[in-house]
Design a protein. Structure first.
Length: 393
C-alpha cells in the first residue's frame, strides 16, 4: 500500500518539474473512504488524481486520470492501481485547429466507443473536420503495463460539416474486431439543427453492415414555446452500445424502442414543473412510465408511475440541499421504486436514502461526509458511510 501511495505522489513530483520548465499544471487529488457490509464489514480507500500539464500556448500537454483502491478490511490488503486515461495531446501541429492524441483516451466519435489505447487525430479543412482513430479497446480496469489479451482492435473516423446555417452534419465509420473476427461495422449520419427560431432538432441514424441491422435510430426535438413553457418529444430505437461479450457484462443484448413526450413550465421564478410520458417496447414485453417533478435551485421532488410487464408501482424521488452557514451545505436524497422499466433489478421495493454534509473552507479544499441507509428484500437495514477529502489546483 505504501508503494502505491508513493507512486501517486511521485506523479505529483514529476508534474511539478514540468511546471518549473515553463508548463502550467492543473488538477486535483481526492482521498475517499467508503465503509459498507456484505458478509463482513469492508472499508475501502480510494485515491484519485486527475491532472493536465500544458505548455504556455497549450500546444503540447499531458493529461491523465488515475485511481488507487485499497480494501482495508481485507487481510490480503487488495491493492489496485488503475489509469483511466493518460495521453499526450498536441495542438496546431499540422494546421490551426488540428489535434493529435497518443495514449489511453476516451472517445465519442459520433457514436459510443469508450476507452482506447492508441492514436486520435483531428484535422480541420475549410468547413469540414476530419477525425480518425485506431488502437486497442481497453478494459477500464486494466493497468497500463498489462497487454490486452482480447485482441479487440478498433479503427474508424468521422467527417463533420458546419457550412450550413445553424446546422452540423456528421458522417461516421466504426470497425471493431476481436481475434480477427469482425464484431461491428457501423456507418452512420448525425444531424443537429437550430435554424428555426426556438426549435432544436437532433437526428442520428447508424447501421451495422456486419450484422445487417439498424444499430441506432434517434430523434429528439425541443421547442421554446414561450418564456416559461418548453415542450419536447423523442424517439429512440437501438441495440445496446456494447456487444455480447464486452467487458461491461451488466447489460443484456436486447433491442429497445422508446417514445417520450413532455413539457416543462416555470410556475414561479426559479421553480419549474415538468411532466413526461414514456412508452418502452422490447421484443416480447412493453412498459409505460409517467413522470412528474418540481425543481428549484435547491433540489427537486418527483413521482413516477410505472406499469408493464413487472406490474404497477408508484415511486418517488427527492433531493434537497441547503446552506447552513457560509461554505457548509446539508443535502438529502430519497429514492423509492419497485423496478426500472428497462430492466428488472434484484433490489425491488427498494428505499434508498442519503444524508450529506459538504464543507469548502476555500477554493481549493472541500470535505464531504455522507451517511446512506437502504431497505430492500435482502436486508431490512443496510447502512453505509462515505467520506471525501479533495484538493484542487
Amino acid at each position: 500500500m505504501k508503494k502505491k501511495i508513493i507512486t501517486l505522489f511521485a506523479v505529483l513530483g514529476m508534474t511539478s518539474l514540468t511546471f518549473a520548465q515553463g508548463f502550467t499544471f492543473h488538477g486535483g487529488v481526492r482521498n475517499s473512504l467508503y465503509s459498507f457490509e456484505r458478509k463482513d464489514t469492508h472499508t475501502r480507500m480510494y485515491q484519485t488524481l486527475h491532472f493536465s500539464a500544458a505548455s504556455d500556448r497549450q500546444r503540447m500537454s499531458l493529461k491523465g486520470s488515475m485511481r488507487m483502491l485499497s480494501d482495508l478490511g481485507s487481510g490480503d490488503a487488495e491493492n489496485r492501481f488503475r489509469a483511466y486515461s493518460l495521453f499526450l495531446q498536441f495542438r496546431d501541429v499540422l494546421n490551426k485547429g488540428s489535434e493529435i492524441r497518443l495514449g489511453r483516451q476516451f472517445l465519442h466519435p459520433g457514436t459510443v466507443l469508450g476507452s482506447l489505447d492508441g492514436a486520435f487525430i483531428k484535422l480541420p479543412v475549410a468547413d469540414f473536420g476530419v477525425h480518425a482513430y485506431a488502437g486497442n479497446e481497453t478494459d477500464y480496469l486494466s493497468r497500463l503495463d498489462e497487454s490486452n489479451p482480447s485482441g479487440r482492435l478498433v479503427l474508424g473516423g468521422m467527417i463533420d460539416y458546419k457550412g450550413l446555417k445553424a446546422t452540423r452534419l456528421e458522417g461516421l465509420f466504426l470497425h471493431k474486431t476481436q481475434d480477427d473476427q469482425t464484431l461491428w461495422q457501423i456507418v452512420g449520419l448525425n444531424a443537429f439543427n437550430r435554424s428555426v427560431n426556438h426549435l432544436t432538432v437532433n437526428l442520428q441514424a447508424h447501421y451495422d453492415t456486419q450484422n445487417e441491422r439498424l444499430h441506432r435510430l434517434y430523434a429528439f426535438a425541443r421547442h421554446k414555446t414561450s418564456d416559461r413553457l418548453r415542450i419536447f418529444a423523442g424517439y429512440k430505437a437501438q441495440y445496446p452500445q456494447i456487444y455480447a461479450d464486452s467487458y461491461f457484462t451488466i447489460f443484456q443484448i436486447e433491442k429497445v424502442t422508446q417514445l417520450k413526450l413532455g413539457a416543462s413550465y416555470e410556475i414561479l421564478p426559479g421553480y419549474n414543473l415538468s411532466g413526461q410520458i414514456q412508452q418502452l417496447a422490447f421484443e416480447n414485453d412493453s412498459a409505460s412510465r409517467l413522470l412528474f417533478d418540481i425543481t428549484s435551485g435547491n433540489g427537486s421532488l418527483g413521482f413516477i408511475y410505472e406499469s408493464g410487464y413487472a406490474g404497477d408501482q408508484v415511486g418517488v424521488m427527492f433531493d434537497y440541499g441547503i446552506d447552513i452557514i457560509n461554505s457548509l451545505m446539508l443535502s438529502m436524497y430519497v429514492d423509492y421504486s419497485k423496478y426500472r422499466a428497462v430492466e428488472i433489478y434484484e433490489y425491488d421495493n427498494q428505499l434508498a436514502n442519503a444524508l450529506r454534509l459538504s464543507y469548502s473552507p476555500g477554493k481549493r479544499w472541500s470535505v464531504d461526509v455522507e451517511y446512506q441507509w437502504l431497505q430492500n428484500r435482502f436486508k431490512e437495514q443496510d447502512s453505509r458511510f462515505l467520506n471525501h477529502l479533495s484538493y484542487r489546483w
